[in-house]
Structures are given as C-alpha cells and as structure tokens.
Design a protein around this ligand. Structure first.
Ligand SMILES: Nc1ncnc2c1ncn2[C@@H]1O[C@H](COP(=O)(O)OP(=O)(O)OP(=O)(O)O)[C@@H](O)[C@H]1O
Ligand SMILES: [Mg+2]
Length: 339
C-alpha cells in the first residue's frame, strides 16, 4: 500500500478531533475528506502532513512509518484555503522557494519553475507579485509551488473555497486533469459534496472525528451506510419503520429500524392510477420550482416526505392532496450511526 493510516487519533484537551481513522490509499489516487465544519478534516490532513503530532496510531508511506519525521522531511506538497503565497516574492520566486530550500542548482530551478508555470498556465505572470493576481491565479501559483519539488503526496485543504463559483468550477477540472496527468497521489479536504463527487476517486465521509463511510461517489449515493452519509451526500427521506410499516412494499432484507429513499425515487401517482402495492396520501406543504425539477414537501399521516419531480408537473399546488408510492427497489436500510 502507498499511504496507510492506522488508527490515527488526535485529541485536543481530551476531545478526539480525529478518532481512530483507518485508511489505505493507493498510489495515484485522488481522495477527498468530506464532512461538516469541525469534523476533523483539517486535523487529519495536518497529521498526514506532519504539521500535528499523533496521539495514537501510525501513518506509513510505502510501508515505512513516518513517525516523528517533521513536515519538511516528508516531501508532501501542501496547499491551504487562503492564499499562502509569500507576498514579497514574485510568482516565479514563490514557485522556486521550495527548490532553493532543497538546494537545487540554479539552472534546474529555472527550468522547473518554467515547467510548473506552464502546467498551471501562468508562464506570462512569472514576474508579478501575488497581490497583482486574482484569487484563482494565486491558488494556481500555490499549486505550482506545492508541485515543484516533486512531492510524494499532494495535500489540499479547501483550496477552492475562497473563490467564486465560476472560477471554482474551472479549477476543479484543472486540478483533476493535472493530478491525473502527473499521477500524483492527492488528498483534498472539502465540505462541498459536489466538489468531492466531481473530483475524487474515493470519498471519505467524516463526522465528529470518525469515518462514517469510504467509497466511490456512486456507492455513497446509492448505498449510504449511515443516515448521516445519506443526508450529507444528496437529499434523503428517512422513514421510521414503526410509523411507515404498513405503507412500505415488501422489500429484501430491510431489518434496520430506519429506511431511506431519495426524493427523486418517490413516485407520484396519476389521478386514475391504481398500483398493486400500498399507496400513500399526503398534502402538499411546500413547492419549490428549481428549473430542471420541482421539489415538493408532502405531509402524510406517517410524516413528511420530499418528492422531486423532473419535467413538467401535472399536480402539486400547496394544500392539494397527492398520492404516491415508495418503490421497494429504491428503499434501503440505513443505520442511525457509524457501525
Ligand atoms: N490547535 C487546536 N487546538 C484545539 N482544538 C483544535 C485545534 N485544531 C482543531 N481543533 C478542534 O478540533 C476539531 C476539528 O477541527 P478541524 O479544524 O480539523 O475541523 P474541519 O473539519 O477542518 O472544520 P472546517 O470545515 O471548519 O475547516 C474542532 O472541534 C476544532 O475546534
Ligand atoms: Mg478545516
């Protein structure tokens, strides 16, 4: 295995910010740490970078324990959220900085800086100072600077979150293309599910310092292991078996107390439709027209259900009564917390 996290734990004042995290990362993988504010993403990334010390566990690179190896000896490239460029240095000198520290010969530094600036399409900005660049450009310089010393691993902590939506979108695919081209193992922290789903090979969903689930985006979406994952990645109706029992069709092994269904999988019935299974009736509480779809909040006796309808909507005024079914093939069991 390329990078291994073994029971990685970090406490601040007795509280575990990162709590027994285990993870194997393959060479060349792009992993996202995804989770809400305060769940421990940055702390975990800093532990890997060597910027924090472990309280328990181990981190191994190509089988060897990184132990007390300080950050600068790990040769990991790091990019943070806010532009951490040296303000008094030109773009070229920023990118050259790590190479000069590593005592690269001057000529090699020059060639490498050019190469890196080409990579992030900023060759013509080499002589500018950070304050003369846009936010997106500054993050591309930060990326070039992190990549210049040929790091073993690239660590990104919310590198796009300070940028506006359009720039963020462009940079998402730019970073992903670059990462694939270089084949560099990359870990990116984000609290943006779209970003994680678009960019990552695998996503690690964190909650209160612990792993809730690790997997490819499709699996997390289709088969969330916990209620938290299901609600964090996309939208989810969680139905208590006790309340909804009679209204659910017979389905496979749904032994958990909580069942889940995505809003787009709840099927509205036409007025004259009479399906074989149980039909639920509910009153429309809210209607949100979102362009490519309409989202309805419907109140049934057993509780509230969100329904998403793509395309034109025949029915669905606030106050109107609707009928719908919960198709068995789209119901899944979710556990209340981490296993
Ligand atoms: N140096 C520190 N001293 C004390 N507590 C800390 C320290 N760093 C982090 N924490 C605490 O550890 C927990 C995890 O923080 P962390 O910064 O890793 O979260 P995060 O997931 O990166 O959140 P965000 O999305 O807001 O950046 C929080 O409760 C935080 O207050
Ligand atoms: Mg953070």
């Amino acid at each position: 295995m390329f990078l291994e996290l073994r029971s990685v734990t970090k406490r601040f004042g007795g509280v575990a910010a990162v709590d027994h995290v285990d993870l194997d990362i393959e060479a060349g993988e792009f992993i996202c740490f995804l989770g809400p504010s305060g769940c421990g993403k940055t702390t975990l990334l800093r532990l890997i970078a060597g910027l924090e010390s472990l309280d328990e566990g181990a981190i191994l690179l190509r089988g060897s324990d990184l132990g007390q190896l300080p950050a600068r000896k790990r040769n990991f490239g790091v990019v943070f959220q806010s532009y951490s460029l040296f303000p008094g240095m030109t773009v070229a000198r920023n990118v050259a900085y790590g190479l000069a520290c590593r005592k690269w010969p001057r000529r090699e530094i020059e060639a490498r800086v050019d190469e890196m600036l080409d990579l992030v399409h900023l060759r013509d900005q080499a002589g500018k100072y950070p304050h003369e660049l846009s936010g997106g450009m500054q993050q591309r310089v930060a990326l070039a600077r992190a990549l210049a010393p040929e790091p073993a691993v690239l660590l990104l902590d919310e590198p796009l979150s300070a940028l506006d939506a359009k720039v963020r979108e462009t940079l998402r695919s730019e970073i992903r293309d670059l990462q694939k081209r270089l084949g560099i193992t990359t870990i990116m922290v984000t609290h943006d599910q779209d970003e994680a789903m678009e960019m990552a090979d695998r996503i690690l969903v964190m909650n209160r310092g612990r792993i809730e689930q690790v997997g490819v985006a499709q699996d997390l979406y289709r088969r969330p292991a916990t209620r938290f994952v299901g609600e964090f990645i996309g939208r989810l109706n969680v139905l208590e078996r006790e309340r909804w029992g009679d209204l659910l069709p017979p389905a496979g092994d749904l032994s958990e107390a909580l069942l889940a269904i995505r809003p787009e999988h709840v099927r509205l019935l036409a007025a004259d439709e009479a399906p074989a299974g149980p039909v639920v009736e509910g009153r429309v509480r809210k209607v949100a027209f979102l362009g490519n779809m309409t989202r309805l909040l419907v109140e049934a006796d057993a509780g509230l259900v969100e329904i998403e309808v793509h395309g034109p909507l025949q029915q669905g005024e606030v106050g109107e009564t609707l009928r719908f079914v919960l198709p068995g093939e789209h119901l899944s069991a979710v556990s209340a917390g981490p296993r």
